[in-house]
Ligand binder design. Sequence first.
Ligand code: SIN
Length: 492
Amino acid sequence: MREAIVEPIVVVGAGIAGLSLALAAAPAPVLLLSRSVGDGGKASGMAQGGIAAAIGAGDSPAAHAHDTLVAGAGHNDAARVHWLCAQAPAAIAWLASLGVAFDRAADGRLQLGREGGHGVARIVHAGGDASGARVMQALRERARAAAHVHWREGVDVEALLLRGQAARGVRVRAGDGSTCEIMARAVVLASGGIGALFARTSNPPGADGSGLALGIAAGAQLRDMEFVQFHPTALDLPGVHCLPLITEALRGAGARLCDEHGSPLMDGIDPRGDLAPRDVVSRAVWRAAQRGQRVLLDARKVAGDWHERFPTVLASCRQHGIDPREQPIPVTPAAHFHMGGLAVDADGNTSVPGLHAIGEVACNGVHGGNRLASNSLLEGVLCGRRLGTALAMRDGWPARGSSRWIERGTGLDEHRLRWLRQLLWNAAGPVRTRRDLADAWAACLQAGREGWQARLAGAIVQAALRRDRSLGAHWREDDTSASIPERMAVRA
Ligand code: SIN
C-alpha cells in the first residue's frame, strides 16, 4: 500500500516532547507517529517525579541551575542549563493553562516536593506520583482536538528518506506488515530513550533506542553516549525486565534505604544520605546487592494519604503483594534515563539537515553527566515547544539531489535481545570496568550484523570504554586515581 501525505512536520514519538512540539507548531501541519496505541507505552506517561521549577519562596532559577550542574558533574552545557531553569516557571504556567491540575496546598499555592540533588523543595506534582500521566492526558486531549495535528498509531518508523543531504521523509510499517512512505518538510525524532536495552529498567519495553538507531544509520553525530542514569529504586521483581518505579519523592518524604536488618544503607557514604544524587545512591544499592544483601526502602513512616500522594507506587506494590505502608519495599537499580544521544544544538537541529531531535533521544548537553531529578519532563516541554515554534516558521530544507532510503535494518530476535540486555547490564550498568567493557564491545561488534540493537549497544559501550575516568553516572571502577570526586563542586 502506498499513500502520499503532503509534507507535514513528521514527529516520531508522541510523548511529552513530541506533543509539546505539535501544539507549538500550529498552524503548520504535524503528523505524529507512534508505535504504541492509545495512552500506554510511553515513558513520559509513567513519570512519577514531576517537574522542577524555582517557584518557591527563597528559590531561584540560579539555585535550580546550580543543582542541575552539580548533579551533571559539571559536564553540562551551562548556557542551556540556565535557559532551562529560567524557563521552568513559564512551563508550569503553560501546562496549567492547558488544564493540568497541579497539586495544591489548602491555601491554593502549588505544593512543592523535594527529590535527590535538589537543595530545596521545588518539584511540582499532579495527582501525587501520577504527574507524567496527568500531564500527558492534558497534552493529548489538546493535540487530539487540534485541527493541524494528525496521528498514526501502532506504526514503526523503519527508514528515513534523504534527498541530497537532507531528511525529507520516513517509511513506516504497520502491525499488519504494510508499509507507507510519508514525505516531510522536517523529520523530528522524539522517540525516547534506551532503558529497555538493559536487563533491568524503569522504562517501558518500547524505550529501546529505535529512533536513536535511525539517527545513527543516517550518520547524525552522537554525544555523551556513555552517560546512562540508573534509578536506585525500582521494585525488585526477580527475572522481570521492565520494573515499576518507586519514586524518589518517597525518600524526599522521609523513606529510608536499609539492609534486611534495618541498618541505614547511605550512612557514611554521602553526607546527603538518601537524597544524594542518583548515581551515588544507585552504586550503593548495586554494591550491597553484589555483596548478597537485599536492599529495602522503608517508607512506613511516610505521612499522609498514600492514595493521594503515592497512588502509583501503592498500586504497583500491592499488585505484587507488598503493602508499602506496612512493610519495606525490596528495591534494585534500573536503567532509567539516557543523558546522551543525537547531538543537537539549542534548537534541536542534528548534524543532518532537516533531521531534528528532542527529549531523551537528543543530547543538547543540558543534563551533563547525570540528570537532576524532575528535569526531564521539563526539558521535553521546553525543547518541544522551542523547536515547534521554530519549525512552524521555516520552510522545508531545499529538496535537491538524489533520494535514498536509510534503513534502520533488522532487529535481534527475542533470545538474542535477552542476551544483549544482560550483556549491557553487566558491563555498562551502574559500575563499569575496562575489562568488562572491552569484552562487551567485542561481543557487540560481532552481533552487529544480526541486529541494530547490537550496533546501538556497541556505540554506548565504545563511548564508555573511551572515557576511562569516572564522571557523573559513568562510574569506572578501574579508575584508581586517588581523588575521584563523587561530585564536582560547580559554581553556577
Ligand atoms: C522519580 O520519581 O524518582 C523519577 C523522577 C525523574 O526521573 O526525574
